[in-house]
Every structure is written in C-alpha cells, then in structure tokens.
Design a protein around this ligand. Structure first.
Ligand code: FAD
Ligand code: NAD
Length: 478
C-alpha cells in the first residue's frame, strides 16, 4: 500500500485542480491523479479547458478577431495597414504557447500548495481506496475522501463518424493547418458558433446545420434573434431544423446528407466539425465494488453539494449534472473542498453565467423572458441598445443590446442577457447583482464610470422602470 491522503482528486481539469488546491490550502494532505498525456508524452494538467477547450479556442478566437479588425475595420477608423494576411501555422503556434503557459502554471501551483501530483489513470476501488495505473504499473492509495472530476468528451453521432482530418470534433477543429474553403458545422450550440466564427473570420464559407428549429433557446429570445442576425451578417449560413442523416467521404471532401423543411438535401464540405454536445466521461473510473451510482444519462449521481451515493466520495464538474462550464466545475471544487475541511458551503446554481465567445459576445445569467412566461412569473424588463452607448460607438462596436429581467412586484433581478462587445465581462454585474439579491433599481441608482460599455447595463436597469436617459422612446416617469 502506497501513501495515505486526506483527499484524492481524480482529474486535474478546472474542477479537479481547483478542488485539490483549495483542499491543500485548507491544510488537507491532498493528491491529484491525472492521465492526460500530451503529444510529447508528458502528463499535463488543466483537462479539457486548458488543453483543448476554453483556452486554446479563445486564443484562436482572439487571433481571428484581430485579423478581421485589421483587414476590414482599421481603415474605417483611420488606420491604413496595407495587405493583411492570416498566418495559420503562426496562430496555431501562439495557441500552443498559450496552452503550455497555462498548463505549466497548474503544475507550479500544485508544487506551491503542496498537492501531490500522481500520474496515471485513477480508479475508485472503494470509498477509501484509489488505484492509479500507468504503463502497466499499479499502485493503490488510501484516502479519507475522494473527489471525482473526470470531465466529459464530445458526443459522436452515427451519421458522421469522425474521419481523420475530414470529419473532426472540437479538438480537431483547433488544429486545421490551413483554412478550409467550405466548412460544415453540425450543431449551432456554443462550440459550433465559436469555432464556426473562428474559421469564418479566417476565410471559410461556413454552413451550420442545426437540428432544432429555435436558435439558442437558452438565451433570451430578443438577444438570440439579434445574435442570429449579427452572425448571418458576418457570413455564417445557419440552417435551422436541419437533421443530419448521413455522410460520405472520398478522402478529400465530405458530402453531408440532411433533411429540412424542404425535404432531403446534401452539401459538400472540405472539412466537417461535429459539435452536438458532450457526455460525461467515466470510462475505467469505477471499480466493481466502488458503489458510486450513475444517473439515467450516465452522469455521476450527486446531491446539491456534490455528494455521490457513497459517503466520503464527491463528484464535480462536467461528469455531474448542470451546465458543462469550467467556472461551474471550479466553484463545485471549492465547495467540496470546503465541506471536506468541515466548513459550511453551498453553491447558487441560479447565478452561473454563460458566455458564447463569438464576436460580439453573448452572455447571460438567470432566467429569460420566455422562461418567466412559461413559469407564470410576472416580470418587467428593460433593454438598451449598444448603438446608443457612447463608448461602444467610440469603440466602433455598436452592435448588440443589454436586457434585464426583474420581478414585477419586488423588482429583484431574475436575469440579465447581453449581446455586444465584452458581454462576457459585463455579465459579471448581473451575477453579482443576483448573488446579492439586488433589485433593478439598485443597479439604476449605482454610479457607473463614463464612458464605458457597462453604462448600457446601467441604462437597461433604468429602462426596467422606463427611465433610461439615452433612449428617446422611454416611458413617462411615474
Ligand atoms: P475536464 O476539463 O474535462 O477535466 C477532466 C480531467 O480528468 C481530464 O484532464 C482527464 O484527463 C482527467 N481524467 C478523466 N478520467 C480520469 C481518470 N480515471 N484518471 C485520471 N484522470 C482522469 N467552458 C467555459 O466555461 N468557458 C469556455 O470558454 C469554454 N470553452 C470550451 C471550448 C471547447 C472547444 C470545449 C470542448 C469546451 C469548452 N468549455 C468551456 C467547457 C469546459 O472545458 C468544461 O466545462 C471544463 O473543462 C470541465 O471541467 P472538468 O474539470 O469537469 O473536466
Ligand atoms: P451544445 O449543447 O452547446 O450544442 C449542441 C447543438 O447541437 C445543439 O444546438 C443541438 O440541438 C445540436 N444537435 C444535436 N444533435 C444534432 C444533430 N444530430 N444534428 C444537428 N444538430 C444537432 O454542445 P457543444 O456546442 O458541443 O458544446 C458542448 C459543451 O461544451 C456545452 O455544454 C458547452 O456549455 C460547453 N462549452 C462552453 C463554451 C463556453 O462557455 N463558451 C464553449 C464551448 C463549449
């Protein structure tokens, strides 16, 4: 029997590495097991988020955004740069440097906080034993508490099996060495829109095939409509109600067959990205006697505080219910470490923000107007367009709007939805307001710095009671 720990965390993604660091900070003897091996054969921390998710995708988003700004928009504000071209290998090199820096940072944090990094695949043998195996070697470690943070993997669908270099998932779409001329994307979800936008900005003709009829149903419909309009203007051809039925490859191209309202269709692409969701990853994780139950969709079953069916064993992040978001995983990691250390801790699942990093960004927290209607909640709303915000105009980024949903009687903020430049930064106001139980009037009475795009949120809060200052058609003050 090898070492004994207070806590063993399985998985070093944003759920697991944060849980491990927090547990160590709280004085618990902690180990974190990770099996991810990079192309150089080195075990790396950071999981999906740092290696093939949030961070690399944002590096490419930013590079491609800068490219379009320089090519199409610099001249509009008086900067002449001549011919602008995209150097894709250089962009990939930059993205890989960003990954390396982030991944190295986690290893350094483990060292600084005294977290023992165990390399290999972890398996829960019992409530107090974890087996770690690597290259045929096995060791069993004892732990008072186990935290499972094994994450998720992309969903594959039978009509479009992944085909090296031609039909790829999100990981493959971060590696294209040149811009595909005709790019197909299956799924108008978060990944489809983000990576579709990246390659569209870099010159691909992008067609997105989405099975559902409604676009971004989780976002307030006014914001979703505005987003769809903006993406269409940027050249993304988003086909709604398109059900993919099959595909054929000839080594160079992919022919995708789908049905839509008009009947059977087919379209030929140079590359196809399949991004139709992710599923929890639990392969090889649970030993026969582990006793940890899964739910009907394959997620590890947990209660509100991430306790599994086995006392002392917790699970967090993408492998459990709830949105598949890095910050949700990390917050659950903090909560679980606090609980293990004997502190009171809970999470407010109603105030988890979401951001789609298109350009402009889409961000939201809380309920939508359509959710409120469906639940019979009486609400009032306030919206404000970025086109009436001085800073957005000066930034040459006046597309989009902010919308606040408040309880009709109490004025408490129930939701905030934004499409516009830096919406992902602006949404923090909605999250904080909701965490503090603020009313729309609380935001309306707050002094905002001028000129900032945050003032669009201020004006939306003022608009909830019809008092927006920079809007001509405001209601009469009561
Ligand atoms: P993961 O990050 O998946 O980490 C799980 C880790 O556990 C992995 O390292 C895995 O190797 C390890 N593991 C699994 N089983 C074992 C085992 N048996 N033994 C040892 N190790 C094991 N979210 C956002 O919030 N913002 C974004 O901008 C964003 N962008 C994304 C872009 C893309 C392209 C993708 C694919 C995802 C994106 N996400 C984003 C989602 C985000 O990456 C996930 O929600 C997040 O990584 C989940 O964290 P996690 O710790 O639960 O799991
Ligand atoms: P998603 O659930 O966001 O979107 C998948 C889309 O594919 C849906 O609109 C769905 O209707 C559609 N779809 C499913 N099957 C289909 C089919 N057969 N044909 C056509 N369309 C089909 O999933 P995703 O975009 O793959 O992202 C996976 C997860 O990763 C999400 O949960 C997301 O939260 C997370 N993620 C987050 C970010 C971010 O926070 N910015 C970025 C990327 C990924």
């Amino acid at each position: 029997m090898a070492d004994k720990f207070d806590v063993i965390v399985i998985g070093a993604g944003p759920g697991g590495y944060v849980a491990a660091i927090r547990a160590a900070q709280l004085g618990l003897k902690t180990a974190c097991v990770e099996k991810w091996v990079n192309k150089e054969g080195k075990t790396v921390h950071g999981g999906t988020c740092l290696n093939v998710g949030c961070i690399p995708s944002k590096a490419l988003l930013e590079s491609s955004h800068k490219f379009v700004e320089a090519r199409d928009h610099f001249a509009e504000v008086g900067i002449n740069v001549g011919d602008v071209s995209a150097d894709i290998p250089k962009m990939l090199e930059f993205k890989n440097q960003v990954i390396a820096k982030n991944v190295g940072g986690i290893s350094a944090l483990f060292k600084a906080n005294g977290v023992t990094a165990l390399e290999g695949a972890g398996k829960v043998l019992s409530s107090k034993q974890v087996e770690v195996s690597k290259d045929g070697d096995k060791a069993v470690y004892e732990a008072e508490h186990i935290v499972i943070a094994s994450g998720s993997v992309p969903v594959e669908i039978p009509p479009t099996p992944l085909t090296e270099g031609l039909i790829v998932d999100s990981t493959g779409a971060l590696e294209f060495e040149e811009t595909p001329k005709r790019l197909g994307v299956i799924g108008a979800g978060v990944i489809g829109l983000e990576l579709g936008s990246v390659w569209s900005r870099l010159g691909s003709e992008v067609t997105v095939l989405e099975a559902m009829d409604s676009f971004l149903p989780m976002v307030d419909s006014a914001i979703a409509k505005e987003t769809q309009k903006l993406l269409k203007k940027q050249g993304l051809d988003i086909k709604m109600g398109a059900r993919v039925t099959g595909s054929e490859t000839n080594g160079k191209e992919v022919t995708v067959k789908y049905t839509d309202a008009k009947g059977e269709q087919e379209q030929v692409f140079d590359k196809l990205i399949v991004c139709v969701g992710r599923r929890p990853y639990t392969q090889g994780l649970l030993g026969e006697d582990a006793g940890v139950k899964l739910d009907e969709r394959g997620f590890i079953f947990v209660d509100d505080q991430c306790r599994t069916s086995v006392p002392g064993v917790y699970a967090i992040g993408d492998c459990v219910r709830g949105p598949m978001l890095a910050h949700k995983a990390s917050e659950e990691g903090v909560m679980v470490a606090d609980i293990i250390a004997g502190h009171k801790a809970e999470m407010n699942y109603d105030a988890i923000p979401s951001v789609i990093y298109t350009s402009p960004e889409v961000a939201w927290v809380g309920i939508t107007e359509q959710d409120a209607k469906a639940a019979g909640i009486e609400i009032k709303t306030g919206s404000f367009p970025f086109s009436a915000n001085g800073r957005a105009l000066a930034n040459h980024a006046s597309e989009g709007m902010a919308k606040i949903i408040a309880d009709a009687e109490t004025d408490r903020i129930l939701g905030m939805h934004i499409v516009g430049q830096h919406a992902g930064e602006l949404i923090a106001q909605g999250v904080i307001a909701m965490e503090f139980g603020s009313s729309a009037e609380d935001l309306a009475l707050t002094c905002y710095a001028h000129p900032t795009t945050a003032e669009a949120v201020h004006e939306a809060a003022l608009a909830v009671d019809g008092h927006a200052i920079h809007m001509a058609n405001r209601k009469k003050r009561k």
